[in-house]
Design a protein around this ligand. Sequence first.
Ligand code: B4P
Length: 196
Amino acid sequence: MFNLILFGPPGSGKGTQSEKLIARYGLKHLSTGDLLRSEIARETPLGLAVKNLMARGELVPDEIVIEMINSAMDNNPRANGFLFDGFPRTTAQAEALDKLLSQKDTEIAIVLALQVSENELVNRLLKRGQTSDRIDDQKEDTIRARLTEYYKKTAAVAEHYAKFDKVKNIKGEGTIDEIFDKLSDEIDKKQNVKQD
Ligand code: B4P
């Protein structure tokens, strides 16, 4: 199995690049943001419980997302590997993920961390807010709240994986294809090392 985490602040291009990466590498895409939005759209009890938190740009409690990821992995027993997008977002989530993977006798191969300046992030998300129905992209205050959550709780996830020498920083500004090429280079290098 080849498991990777696509990491970065809100608006850094995780969703955008994940689409391309799963097509090239045949991985199963697990985006906690997409899973949560689907719960909200279907008005499930879980969706109703997290709707207001997400609209304010706050993180959903760890237990909820960890359980969601656990069942998503169990529902895909034949996956060649997983691309985790938007997860883990706290150190507790990272530790839970490491444990889940080790129970399946596998691990995270690489963490690709997209680096984008704060102004660019805010501009991208406001722009998406003009054309999408995502409520958390509509107001600059909510976007800033998401960035504050990221710096307060999520940035530490990169430090967690840096301890195991798994993090590669990638400049996330430029064209989508340029960034995709840089991400693919890092994956190819890692996969070649594994095969040697
Ligand atoms: P997510 O769905 O993960 O969304 P995101 O971080 O806002 O977006 P992403 O980073 O994927 O967006 P992308 O760059 O692709 O999370 C939403 C919310 O869900 C969180 O705030 C939280 O409440 C909750 N949540 C999710 N996971 C959780 C977890 N594990 N724990 C707790 N809570 C959780 O796209 C941004 C825009 O940029 C797009 O319009 C795109 O077209 C554009 N773009 C991309 N690349 C570009 C480029 N190179 N140049 C110009 N524009 C670009």
